[in-house]
Design a protein around this ligand. Structure first.
Ligand code: NAD
Length: 310
């Protein structure tokens, strides 16, 4: 083999070294950026920009907890919002005012009771009329009741199924025609890890959450190719009023402080030992509402600190 002149070989190795250094610099910078993203918990919501500007969403059960968190993140991305849920009207007005000022979007409120199909239909129609369209429907309203099957009050069973499951059917049925006509729509059902696995003494909740994942898949198939996607989000423990009530029950039953009960609740099921936050869930809902998720449909998206991996 012919030997290369020394200077050419030398040049080649200098060029190779430079290229290596460039790759190393890029690798370091990507690593630094992803570490910063991991560490920067203070990053303001909506940092990805207003990609939902001009869109409008209904978030059911958004006067507290996960629904309110999701509504705020969607608003931070420029989405007009219809809030819904129970609560003191002065507090709901204050939330509306704060969100309008903070995010520069329109925020309205529907007092529709999710156990009443006619009120659900009216909520959807009035949101469509007032904002000109309805692009995103977050079926989030939900309640819990803890008792074994044999002790479960029948009216509580009906109420849990009505709010956690039937309301999503009625709201979706009312919203679909306009979404199909627009060629764009996002239906996001807030299910739970209890849509995938069970826990004792939550029969109605577990049944409603398994069923809403079934509804998500069936609806996704029917709407495939129309521009309307249907997905579920399955959170593990999120510290909201719904869970605070369960922590309180546990504290009383086990003679623990509230903080001890919180820690033991997490350690039983959620390997990360941390609560999922409403902002984490809001950002997942925002992603599912974005154009990047147009080919995600019929999916039960889990965010549970490892709960369902056990
Ligand atoms: P939450 O109690 O903080 O909020 C529930 C919301 O639903 C409130 O705004 C309430 O006013 C509203 N609501 C209740 N009954 C209603 C009705 N009949 N009509 C209209 N609105 C009604 O609860 P959360 O923890 O934020 O739960 C929200 C959803 O997330 C529920 O579907 C719940 O099952 C689900 N989820 C919660 C957790 C958790 O750990 N917190 C985990 C998995 C799934």
């Amino acid at each position: 083999m012919q030997k290369q002149p020394k200077s050419a070989a030398g040049n080649k190795s200098v060029a190779a070294q430079r290229a290596n250094r460039r790759v190393q610099r890029l690798t370091n910078s990507v690593r630094a950026q992803s570490t910063a993203a991991k560490l920067d918990k203070s990053k303001p919501i909506g940092f990805m920009g207003k990609f939902l500007e001009g869109r409008s969403a209904i978030v059911t059960g958004s006067t507290s907890g996960i629904g309110l968190g999701v509504a705020k993140v969607l608003a931070a991305h420029g989405c007009n919002i219809t809030l819904n849920g129970f609560g003191k009207i002065e507090e709901i007005n204050a939330i509306q005012k704060e969100m309008t000022q903070q995010f520069g979007v329109k925020v309205r409120y529907s007092p529709a009771d999710m156990t009443k199909p006619d009120q659900i239909r009216e909520m959807v129609t009035s949101a469509q009329n007032e904002f000109g369209s309805l692009d995103i429907l977050i079926n989030n309203a939900g309640i819990q009741h803890i008792a074994s099957v044999e002790d479960f009050p029948e009216e509580k069973w009906d109420q849990v199924i009505a709010i956690n499951l039937n309301s999503a059917f009625h709201a979706s049925k009312a919203a679909i025609p306009m979404m199909k006509k627009n060629g764009f729509g996002r239906i996001i059902n807030i299910a739970s890890v209890h849509g995938l696995v069970a826990s004792v003494n939550k029969p109605a909740y577990v049944a409603s959450k398994h069923a809403i994942i079934g509804l998500t898949k069936a609806n996704a198939l029917e709407l495939a190719g129309t521009g309307v996607t249907v997905n579920a989000i399955c959170p593990g423990w999120v510290f909201t009023p719904l869970v605070a009530a369960q922590v309180q029950l546990r504290a009383e039953k086990n003679n623990q402080t509230f903080e001890q009960a919180k820690t033991s609740l997490l350690s039983e099921k959620q390997p990360s030992g941390e609560f999922v936050t409403v902002e984490d869930l809001g950002n997942m809902a925002a992603f599912l509402s974005s154009p990047y998720a147009s080919q995600m449909t019929g999916v039960a998206n889990v965010m549970d600190g490892g709960w369902t991996s056990c």
